[in-house]
Design a binder for this molecule. Sequence first.
Ligand code: ADP
Ligand code: MG
Ligand code: MG
Length: 251
Amino acid sequence: MLEIKNLHAKVEGKAILKGVDLTINDGEVHVLMGPNGSGKSTLSNVLVGNPKYEVTEGSISFNGKDLLAMKPEDRAHEGIFMSFQAPTEIPGVSMTNFMRAAVNAKRTYFGQEPMSASDFLKLLREKRKLVGLDAHFMGRGVNEGFSGGERKRNEIFQMAVLEPTFSILDETDSGLDVDALRIVAEGFNQLRTEKTSAMVITHYQRMLDYLKPDFVHVLVNGRVVRSGSAQLGYDIEEKGFEWIIEEAEKQ
Ligand code: ADP
Ligand code: MG
Ligand code: MG
C-alpha cells in the first residue's frame, strides 16, 4: 500500500527527515515510536502533503501512485487520513456540515453524485454510535467546546465516516483517560479490515495492548533505526530509547 524510500524532508529550512525507509502493506498496523523531536509528526505531515514540509529527496508510492505528486486534498480522497496530535476548532462550521462537505468532496472526486440528505444522516448516526459520540455534537462547531477526550473520539468518528484506506494516528491517545483511550482504540479496531492499514504514533504500552500492531518502528533523528514486532514497543516501555540510540550510533 505505502512504500517510503529514502525520504528526506525539511521544515523551515532545517533537515528533519534524513532517509526514512518504510513499507506498509494492506491490512497492517504499524506503530511508530521515537523520542520527542525525532520527526514522527514531520513524517505524518509529509504523507498528507502539508505545504510547510518540503521533501528534498526520496519517494513515496501509495497504491502504486506517486503520492508526492498529488495535491493534499487528492491524497485524502485517495484514502489517506490523518488524525492530529492537537485537533483544531472550526467554530461556526457544524460537525454535520463539515462531514457532509468532506464526504461529498470525495464522491465528486470519484465522479459520484452527492449523498442524499437521508442517507448521509443515516451514515452519521451509524458511525456516531460506533464511537459513542452523542448526537448533540453534530450540531456544534467542529471541536468547539469539545473536551480533549471528545476531540479524540471525534477524530475516530471522522475516520469512521470517511473510511480511509490508510490512517495516520498521531498521538491520538495523548491526554486521554483510560476509558477514552479504550473507546478510541476499540473504535479504531472496529474500522480495521484486510484492505486498510495504519501508522499509529504512540508512547503508550496500553495502546500496544489494544492495537496488537504487526510492526513497531523506532524513529531517531529522522531515520528508522530499528523495526520489530510489538515486543519492541514493550522493550522500549521498559528500557527507554537510550539503548536503541546507542546501537544505532555504532552502525
Ligand atoms: P516528533 O513528532 O517526533 O516529536 P516533530 O516531527 O514534531 O517530532 O519535530 C521534529 C523537529 O522538527 C523538531 O525539531 C521540531 O521543532 C521541528 N518542526 C516540526 N514541525 C515544525 C514546524 N511546523 N515549524 C518548525 N519546526 C518544526
Ligand atoms: Mg512530539
Ligand atoms: Mg509529534
